[in-house]
Design a protein around this ligand. Structure first.
Ligand code: ARG
Length: 465
């Protein structure tokens, strides 16, 4: 007979390499504290309901604390032959306290046990991600405050479009990360039903009290359907999709940083500690970390793809395919968290070159729309105004001039509606200042935006502590 915990039915055990193939134990050690927490709640409930004797409850609790301490102290041996941490912890418990340890698993299964562990872990991990997102948001907000008044070109198609405040550009990312933050919150708000007690798939014939364990573990209530409870991993997929989405936001910001830090733009300079040099070209300062983040986006999307695919054909309820959720979720969480830790100080320490951004906005005919609007206000139909301004741009390109270089006579060659006031009208400051619409780029509107951002940061800070 096999000496496995489930060995009663077996006469042969898998070879070592087969065992290694199936084991998740070395990957999921981070679940240990949650496994102990879940078991403590479960055994308390087994005592409360009289399913096991109080004397055994006390022994099991003391044993669980001891196992927990051994794990904390790094004294615990994680062996592939134990398959997963649930079995390893229970085995050690029984070694320590004897046969009472065997009563812990009454009325539950590893199927609901691994879910409750994961729920508890995800609660902490998602909150940690929220804190890290907040650091990125704060660094964007600080830069937006510090560079308030700086003007840069805003782009569409990566062609200069209209001038905007650099603060406005920075805050665009702030709101993306706020939505990621909110998505995590709604993820957490859904993770409030306790899976423990669903047992293998059908519930249990022991008179367990699922409300007790739910309450002890900080959940609102038990889950409604025991099959659904042990058969789904939608929470892992949901988390991975939030992570993938947020990673896409980070990746876009990194791409802009790389472009804006190039010699051709020079809008931004990253601090030395967030760049690397070239082994052959001494002049280079490469945005390696921003590039790596962009490059790792593929991995992040891959985790989501892998989990969706893993789940798509699993017949209810639990199948071992689902154990893959551990590998994939932890890689998702680690990559996302480690990236956010790099991202926040990289943003916080970058320098914006206001002279360059201003120049780029002046050279790119970014106030062409303002010029057309000017003619429209003087009575010209918009289509005609569009053509006149287009011709003016072509004239400037041919003569290698910017709008600022043109004389009134040159303007009037294009249209006699132009008068002296055109110069003010097409200044960058005027263009930006005029876009006062709510959420627009005028300094007044951006101030309102910054106020609202600050309110969000204050509110969330108080909540997260
Ligand atoms: N290690 C397993 C997992 O993470 C726990 C559940 C095992 N259940 C089972 N029926 N073999 O998926």
């Amino acid at each position: 007979m096999s000496n496995k915990m489930w060995g009663g039915r077996f006469s042969e055990v898998p070879a070592k390499f087969v065992e290694e193939f199936g084991a998740v134990i070395k990957v999921e050690t981070r679940l240990c504290p949650y496994d102990i927490q879940g078991s403590l709640a479960h055994v308390t409930m087994l005592g409360e309901t009289g399913i096991i004797a109080q004397e055994d409850v006390e022994k099991i609790k003391a044993g669980l604390h001891q196992v927990g301490q051994e794990i904390k102290d790094g004294k615990f041996q994680f062996n592939a032959e134990d398959e997963d941490i649930h079995m390893a912890i229970e085995k050690r418990l029984t070694e320590l306290i004897g046969s009472a340890g065997g009563r812990l698993h009454t009325g539950r299964s590893r199927n609901d046990q691994c879910c409750v562990d994961s729920y508890l872990y995800f609660r902490d991990a998602a909150k940690e991600c929220q804190k890290l997102l907040l650091e990125i948001q704060k660094s964007l907000y600080e830069q937006a405050e510090k560079n308030f008044g700086t003007i840069q070109p805003g782009f569409t198609h990566l062609q200069v479009a209209q001038p905007v405040l650099t603060s406005h550009w920075l805050m665009a990312y702030f709101w993306m990360f706020k939505r990621d933050f909110d998505r995590l919150q709604s993820f957490l708000d859904r993770l409030v039903e306790c899976p423990l007690g669903a047992a293998a798939l059908a519930g249990t014939d022991f008179p367990i009290d699922r409300w007790s364990t739910a309450k002890q573990l900080g959940f609102e209530k038990p889950t409604e359907n025991s099959i659904d409870t042990v058969a789904d991993r939608d929470y892992c997929i949901e988390f991975a999709s939030i992570a993938a989405l947020s990673y896409m936001h980070m990746s876009r910001l990194c791409e802009e940083i790389i472009i804006f830090a190039s010699q051709e733009y020079k809008f931004i300079e990253l601090s030395d500690d967030f760049t690397t040099g070239s082994s052959i070209m001494p002049q280079k300062k490469n945005c390696d970390f921003a590039e790596l983040i962009k490059g790792r986006t593929g991995r992040m999307y891959g985790y989501l793809q892998a989990m969706l695919t893993m789940m798509k054909g699993i017949p209810l309820a639990y199948d071992k395919d689902m154990q893959e959720d551990k590998f994939l979720s932890y890689e998702t969480i680690d990559l996302w968290q480690n990236t956010m830790k790099v991202m926040a100080p990289m943003i916080r320490k970058m320098k914006i070159n206001a002279k360059r951004t201003y120049q780029a906005a002046s050279h790119g005919f970014s106030t062409a729309t303002d010029m057309a609007d000017y003619l429209v206000k003087k009575g010209m139909p918009f289509r005609d105004a569009h053509r006149v301004v287009g011709q003016t741009v072509r004239y400037c390109v041919e003569k290698d001039k910017t709008f600022d270089d043109l004389t009134l006579e040159e303007f009037q060659q294009q249209s006699n509606l132009f008068t002296e006031d055109i110069f003010k009208e097409i200044s960058l400051e005027h263009s930006v200042g005029a876009r006062k619409s709510y959420g627009g780029t005028s300094p007044e509107a951006v101030k309102v935006q910054l106020e609202h951002a600050e309110e969000f940061l204050d509110k969330v800070h108080q909540k997260l502590g």
